[in-house]
Structures are given as C-alpha cells and as structure tokens.
Design a protein around this ligand. Structure first.
Ligand code: GAR
Length: 216
C-alpha cells in the first residue's frame, strides 16, 4: 500500500472523501499524516475523527517562504511517503520543494485549467457566463496551477446556479474524481514521466479520456 500525505488549509471535505475511500479500500493506500498550514482549519477536526496523525506547520511562523518550504521538506523526508495530495492547500510552494517531489505531489484545483489559475475560480466562471465549469487534478510544479494535467471533471453551469450552489456541485465532482485519481496513482496505472513531463496512463483507463462530464 502506498503511503499518502494530505495537505490542507481549510474545511477538508476533500480530505474526508479521501479518508473514506482509503477506509473502504477504494484507494489502495494509507494516509500516514495530514499537514495543515492553518492551525484553525476544520479539516484538522475531520482528521482527528478518524485518528489520523496531524502535523500543523503554521506558515505565519516563518518570515520567508523558503523557510516554510524547508521545514515541510524535512518533515516529508522523514515520513518517506509515496504521494502528497494538496487538497485545498492554499499556499504557493517554491522551486525546491516542487522539484524534489515532482511526480509525487498532486494538486486539486477548482477550474478547468488552464482557465482560471489562482483564486475565485467559481466567481470568474459565473461572471464570464461560462457554459462549463469544473475541476482539474495535476502534478505540481513551481508554476501556479500549471503542472502536467492528470484528469478533469466538468459540469454544465445551470441558470439557477449561484455561487453557493455552484461550489456545492463542484465539491461533488471533486469528492468523486479525486479519490479515483489517487487510487490509480497508488496502483501505478497513472504516473508522470519526469523526463518528458508526460502523464502516462495504463491502457483503457477511463480517466485519460478526461474531461469527464458529471451530470449532477
Ligand atoms: C476545493 O474546492 C479545492 O478545489 C480548492 O479548495 C477547496 C477546498 O475544499 N483548492 C484550491 O482552490 C487550490 N487552489 P475542502 O477544504 O473542503 O476540501
């Protein structure tokens, strides 16, 4: 079984979806630690509920970005993990850490990248009257929300969607697709060729046909 670390900053609903999938063997892996950069993140309570070890590394305690990254690297090195999942982790990570874990670290982002990297993706999709909105899961590089894409999920924006409804629908997609992707990574059915930067999929894997349309 693969050793997984999940990094969070807030509510942790995706963390909980991953925990449930691990517990029901839908992910062939085990979460060895949850890292939060925010001591008040609700996700910490969720991790506690399932007795998962928690490490808080408060970014406010480090004046330089690199110092925070260095502490993270040291901690992750000691854990000797296979996969790092950024699930609602809201800190930008630098060159050193992203290079060190290139191919092992993935990020969940709430937009159809390359559309809307950064913040406020749902508002942008609504304001621009986009037909579709969605989520992307990608390997992490130092360039914000721009690493090699693994999978995307998309939904049709409905006339009745306001910000709250749209976020709820996007969360549903995330809670479904992220655990599936993590499982395929754990089974080595998906991996990154770090030389060519190409994402490799085993034959017939439905996920490589993304964006996958969700009718929720
Ligand atoms: C998720 O929607 C995730 O896509 C987004 O934060 C939310 C966290 O929700 N991530 C980003 O915006 C990263 N750029 P959660 O804490 O309930 O899992």
């Amino acid at each position: 079984m693969k050793k997984i670390v999940v990094m969070i900053s807030g509510s942790g609903s995706n963390l909980e979806a991953i925990i449930k999938a691990c517990n029901s063997r839908k992910i062939y892996g085990e979460i060895v630690c949850v890292i939060s950069n925010n001591p008040d993140a609700y996700g910490i309570e969720r991790a506690k509920k399932y007795s998962i070890p928690i490490k808080i590394i408060d970014h406010n305690k480090y004046s330089k970005r690199d110092d925070f990254d260095d502490i993270l690297v040291k901690f992750l090195d000691d854990l000797d993990i296979d996969l790092i999942i950024l699930a609602g982790f809201m800190r930008i990570l630098g060159e050193n850490i992203t290079q060190k874990f290139y191919g092992k670290m993935i990020n969940l982002h709430p937009s159809l990248l390359p559309l809307y990297p950064g913040l406020n993706t749902h508002t942008q999709a609504l304001n621009n009257k986009d037909k579709y909105h969605g989520i992307s899961i990608h390997f992490v590089t130092a360039k914000l929300d721009a690493g090699p894409l693994i999978a995307q999920g998309k939904i049709l924006i409905k006339a009745e969607d306001d910000l709250e409804k749209l976020i709820a629908r996007i969360h549903k997609v995330e809670h479904d697709l992220l655990p599936k992707v993590i499982n395929e990574l754990c089974l080595n059915n998906i991996y990154l060729n770090c030389e060519t930067h190409k994402v490799m999929y085993s034959d017939k894997l439905e996920l490589k046909m993304s964006p996958i349309y969700f009718n929720n």
